[in-house]
Design a protein around this ligand. Structure first.
Ligand code: CMC
Length: 430
């Protein structure tokens, strides 16, 4: 059986054979379909990329109907359960295979070498208003890094490129923690390279005074798992921003800042913050049915529910729900948990949500854990951005190495005026 699609253009009666590869036709193959000599050729219209594959990728696999997520072939549940180090998963994303012990040690060392930021970066961050949103500080500071490393523009030089990857992965926790300390008016804590990736981050966040900060192993482990769960998620809005901006061959600091900006929106990585605000607004379990009723009437969304790809329970949400118990054992239960559980219970049995296949996503429970661990709500998107930086960078490198890719430049359907003659201002009546 031929792997082609036969298309009859009823305007002309012509038949076209369009190859099918990987269950996909090439949009450019439609261009040959023309109604006449002057016709530009057929295009496909796909706002929000609902049915358009913009890349070929070997990094992350999602089956949204079955609720499957795998990185480089490894199921997310297995990575979260078995991998004790975020660095190891970062290596996997970047290089395609799990590291040997030597490779992991070398990789860790290369990252640790870059955890400090230039003192001028610190001064730049100090210049923000006392109440600046930490994600705004994070995005701007990442963008500012490009001015510190002008060689980063040499994106086709593999060695220089990899150095920026090390720098970015190493510096995002430092910048994130500085943003938090700034909002608290607390002195910035420099990185401690003898700690794990998550441990060092917790130390920079919460250490006070001269005495050492004792990191609770269960919380360090929980943060490592949360970092692993957020490391990548194929062609989501921020990854697409990373690839799209990166396709202009700008330096990776600028494209990572663009990706982080995309992540900040409440429909994407800002949803974890929005979930907690929603739970606050609901306030108590007995107000849950009234809230659900309002959502069904179109007066707002149930934040942390629904996903463009998952039409089943988000596998990350399952792991997080279990993780919550370990965290709450140390921190005490987040009082908002009962409201969240009741929302989930009602929504999963309600026709409105069932018909639309709306299930809890990664953001539904993550905020509850972050809050119990002492992170403020406006810091949640930053917590998402730290591990996702690894995914963005892996996707960016894959994009640069993909011979099919060029500068990303969508087409449009122009529906505006045809050519008009300019009118002098005194003759423009309304
Ligand atoms: N609450 C209520 N109704 C919803 C929700 C929700 N959370 N999500 C989707 N719907 C409804 C929507 O109103 C529409 O109904 P109708 O067909 O009657 O018009 C239908 O479900 C399809 O929704 P859509 O907006 O066309 O779906 P989408 O694929 O464009 O949007 C989404 C996906 C994640 C933006 C959306 O589900 C949403 O806004 N969820 C809440 C925000 C959220 O939790 N975002 C985090 C996503 S996961 C982490 C990440 O990627 O960052």
């Amino acid at each position: 059986m031929a792997a082609t699609l036969s298309v009859t253009d009823n305007r002309t009666g012509k038949v076209y054979e369009i190859p099918i590869q990987n269950g996909t036709i090439k949009a450019m193959d439609l261009r040959q379909i023309k109604s006449g000599e002057d016709d530009f050729g057929l295009m496909s219209y796909d706002p929000a990329f609902m049915n358009t594959a913009s890349v070929k990728s070997s990094i992350t696999f999602i089956d949204g109907d079955k609720g499957i997520l795998r990185h480089r072939g490894y199921p997310i549940e297995e990575l979260a359960e078995s991998s004790t180090s975020f660095m190891e998963v970062a290596y996997l994303l970047m290089y395609g295979d799990l590291p040997t012990e030597t490779q992991r040690a070398e990789w860790r060392q290369r990252i640790r070498h870059h955890t400090f930021v230039h003192e001028s970066i610190k001064k730049l961050m100090e210049a923000f208003r006392y109440d600046a949103h930490p994600m705004g500080m994070f995005i701007s500071t990442i963008a500012a890094l490009s001015t510190f490393y002008p060689e980063a523009k040499e994106i086709m030089d593999p060695e220089i490129r990899m150095k920026q990857v090390h720098r970015l992965i190493a510096k995002v926790p430092t910048i994130a923690a500085f943003a938090y300390r700034h909002s608290k008016g607390m002195p910035y804590i420099y990185p401690s390279n003898d700690l794990t990736y998550a441990g060092n981050f917790l130390n920079m966040m919460f250490k006070t005074g001269d005495s050492p900060y004792h990191i609770h192993p269960a919380l360090e482990r929980a943060l490592t798992v949360l970092f692993i769960l957020h490391v990548d998620h194929e062609q989501n809005c921020s990854t697409n921003a990373m690839r799209m901006v990166g396709s202009s061959h700008v330096d990776p600091y600028s494209s990572t800042a663009a990706a982080a900006a995309a992540l900040w929106g409440p429909l994407h990585g800002g949803a974890n913050e929005a979930v907690l605000r929603m739970l606050d607004e609901i306030g108590s379990i007995n107000k849950v049915p009234a809230f659900i009723k309002e959502v069904k009437e179109g007066k707002g969304r149930l934040m942390g529910f629904g996903h463009r790809v998952y039409k089943n329970y988000d596998p990350r949400a399952k792991v997080i729900k279990k993780l919550a118990d370990d965290v709450f054992e140390v921190t005490g239960k987040n009082p908002m948990l009962d409201i969240a559980l009741e929302l989930e219970r009602i929504a999963l049995h309600d026709d409105y949500f069932m018909k639309r296949k709306l299930y809890p996503n990664v953001d539904f429970y993550s905020g509850l854990i972050y809050q119990a661990m002492g992170f403020p709500k406006d810091f949640f998107p930053v917590l998402f951005a730290i591990p996702r930086t690894v995914g963005w960078l892996a996707q960016w490198i894959e994009h640069l190495q993909d011979a099919d890719q060029k500068i990303a430049r969508p087409r449009q359907i122009y529906l505006g005026h045809d050519v008009r003659t300019w009118v002098p201002i005194e003759k423009r009546g309304r």
